[in-house]
Design a protein. Structure first.
Length: 433
């Protein structure tokens, strides 16, 4: 009988021991969100102290931590790429330290690898079981892909991580170094729901039927939508992100996945980020499948879910239905993520629906989020060809099958009343009406 504990002990060491296997020119991809290897990343800057290290690249999306290697003192050694910005990535981008890779999530690894490939994976995992396996737990966006391809794998072993089923396991034989930590998991509470969020949630819920399969994102609007779905029956989940609101729906029996036509009985996602109740809900839960984004976000896979409802948010929408979700003008804010994937998948599903939900105004009511045209320079995340409904706190604008005049009328009707006349005049000048 193989002694897996002996193999584990031989590979166990300090952060310094783990970083000793990093070489000059390595391209590191860390785990994301709650699966971030916080302890190791906090010491990554020490590589600069080595005479043989001159350049290290890091493919780092949805950053949670704020580490020394982000600082100006390390900018000659460390460079960063990102598929999707969080607050830290945005700051680093503005400082010229981080560059964005435009890509749809399901193709992220394939398209990246066609140019250059990371060769080191650093992630977080659950303690080893009796069979010699650990699980990467709360994130599988690109993790499985790179664990199967890179030259070196380093894992933080964190007992606070829940055991999450799916394509998450990795054997101790395939790991180069392990570092034991006891790091608290990052959490985000359920949002405080304002009256506008509640109204949006109710409108979106009216477009969701019992037995539908849903996808949601993160933030106040997705949380409000989850709460508004509380009276539905037998919902399914096929989503990029499993959020805290979804955990409540699972625990209350609203989500059963009984009606799904793909992975019946299973909640399918690529990563989870939320409150402790979410992590507890996922722990050793046999109905959860945490699968790679290259599979979950593939529109051809998504479309196999009959009654698939993709529900996403945006920053701006123009009067013909073009959706900008990544930034305003040249200012980059987040990324396309899986929004296009999910929308296209829902478009091709039997009785599928693609919904964009957003507040009617921004900056304390001073700016309409429905514009005659997107702010010049704004990236179009979703083509107007693939959005079925736009929802604000003022109602639902149906776009599917509508001509431009009908779209303009429907979108002005859900704009904030203070901006409707202005939008009408602009539509006339642009010959949209």
């Amino acid at each position: 009988m193989v002694d897996y504990q002996k193999i584990y002990d031989e590979k166990k060491g300090t952060v310094a021991d783990a970083l000793a296997i990093i070489s000059d020119g390595d391209y590191i991809v860390p785990g994301y969100c709650a699966n971030e290897p916080f302890t190791i990343l906090a010491q990554l800057h020490t590589l600069q102290e080595r005479e043989d290290i001159h350049k290290i690249r890091v493919l780092y999306s949805l950053a949670n931590g704020d580490y020394p290697f982000f600082g100006d003192a390390y900018k000659e050694t460390f460079s960063l790429d990102s598929y999707f910005f969080g607050a830290t990535n945005r700051r680093l981008y503005q400082e010229g330290r981080c560059s964005y890779i435009p890509v749809n999530l399901h193709e992220a690894t394939k398209r990246k690898d066609s140019h250059d490939e990371p060769n080191v994976y650093i992630g977080s995992a659950t303690p080893m079981d009796k069979h010699g396996y650990m699980r990467i737990s709360l994130g599988n966006l690109v993790d499985r892909h790179y664990m199967d391809k890179v030259d070196k794998i380093i894992l933080e072993i964190n007992p606070n991580l829940p055991v999450v089923n799916g394509d998450t396991e990795i054997h101790i034989r395939d790991v180069d170094r392990v570092v034991e930590v006891n790091t608290p998991l990052p959490t985000i509470p359920l949002s405080k729901i304002e009256k506008e969020d509640e109204a949006i949630g109710k409108y979106v819920a009216s477009l969701v039927n019992d037995g539908d399969t849903i996808q949601l994102g993160i933030g106040r609007i997705p949380d409000a939508i989850a709460l508004a779905l509380a009276d539905k029956k037998d919902l399914g989940i096929h989503t990029e992100m499993i959020n805290s609101g979804m955990a409540v729906l699972i625990q209350n029996g609203v989500v059963t996945n009984k009606k799904k036509t793909l992975h019946r009985g299973k909640t399918v996602g690529t990563f989870a980020f939320g409150d402790q109740n979410l992590y507890d809900c996922l722990d050793n839960n046999p109905t959860i499948l945490m699968l790679p984004a290259e599979y979950v976000n593939n529109p051809a896979v998504i479309a196999q879910n009959d009654n698939m409802v993709a529900i996403n948010t945006a920053i701006q929408v123009d009067l013909t239905g073009q959706v900008g979700s990544e930034g305003i003008g040249s200012r980059h804010y987040s990324g396309s993520g899986g929004q296009t994937d999910m929308s296209q998948g829902a478009n091709h599903a039997k009785n599928g629906r693609s919904i964009i939900a957003l507040h009617s105004t921004a900056k304390n009511g001073t700016i309409s989020t429905i514009q005659p045209y997107l702010t010049p320079g704004t990236v179009v995340t979703l083509s107007r060809n693939c959005v079925d409904y736009i929802v604000t706190e003022y109602g639902i604008a149906a776009l599917k099958g509508r001509n431009v005049r009908e779209r303009v009328e429907n979108l002005i009707a859900i704009a904030h009343p203070d901006f409707r006349e202005e939008l009408r005049e602009a539509a006339k000048k642009l010959m949209l009406w």
